[in-house]
Design a protein around this ligand. Structure first.
Ligand SMILES: N[C@@H](CCC(=O)N[C@@H](CSCc1ccc([N+](=O)[O-])cc1)C(=O)NCC(=O)O)C(=O)O
Length: 216
């Protein structure tokens, strides 16, 4: 059955892969699943037709027959649950891979999103310059803990899993800030993710999609 992924008609990052459709594309590529992409404009994202699929007016949306899902983490969990390549066969290892999915989204990503907020939504606030170092320190704290846990392993828990896919995707959001350079083992971990053929296909597809869109 055809999978359709709804993504930005034109990602604000110009196709640098930071929008959350990239992580879903990556999961579909790791699972060997073909998909189509439906572009949505910023205005259409706030219209009833889109809100019926994504109540928060965002992307991505995943559609497969009469199944409509939102939340990139839930979409990736669905893909991983129905296809091989993203979850280990062993039940306990699979549960640990799911734990790392939640850790990526619930523990590591929130301080990183705070940095996005500080930089892009609070830049004009008088207290912004006082808040920025606090946000950086909270990110450093989590990255220090993550780096200690990863050690010299290739992936977080044995073979590559959906937990690594989400963790690498979350860490990629820090790249513009440069903070990842303070954590060489995490930078190498992210580079291993980017070196995966499935990631390369996903990145190339979203870049081609974004550059093919007609100019605004
Ligand atoms: N929890 C949801 C969050 C979805 C979400 O944040 N979607 C963003 C795009 S991915 C976040 C994002 C946006 C832009 C860049 N960029 O660099 O240009 C990177 C990431 C969105 O639709 N934003 C539009 C809106 O809220 O009106 C999920 O994981 O699916």
């Amino acid at each position: 059955m055809t999978v359709t992924l709804t993504a930005f008609e034109r990602s604000p990052d110009g196709g640098m892969g930071l929008a959350r459709d990239t992580r879903v594309r990556w999961a579909l590529e790791e699972a060997g699943q073909a998909y189509e992409v439906r572009p949505v404009s910023f205005s259409a994202m706030k219209e009833p037709a889109h809100l019926a699929a994504q109540p928060f007016g965002q992307i991505p949306v995943y559609q497969e027959g009469d199944l409509v899902l939102f939340e990139s983490g839930a979409i990736i969990f669905h893909i991983a649950s129905h296809h091989s390549g993203l979850f280990p066969d062993d039940a306990n290892a699979r549960a640990r891979a799911i734990t790392w999915m939640f850790a990526a989204l619930n523990t590591v990503e929130p301080p990183i999103l705070e940095l996005i907020t500080v930089k892009f939504l609070e830049g004009d606030k008088p207290w912004n310059k006082d808040r920025l170092p606090l946000v950086f320190d909270r990110i450093r704290h989590r990255l220090t803990q993550l780096s200690a846990r990863l050690g010299d392993a290739d992936w977080l828990d044995g073979a590559f899993s959906a937990g690594d896919l989400l963790m690498v995707s979350v860490l990629l959001r820090t790249r513009p800030s440069g903070i990842l350079n303070e954590f060489p083992s995490l930078a190498a971990y992210v580079a291993r993710g980017e070196a995966r053929p499935a990631y390369k296909r996903a990145f190339a597809a979203q870049l081609a999609f974004n550059t093919a869109q007609p100019a605004a």
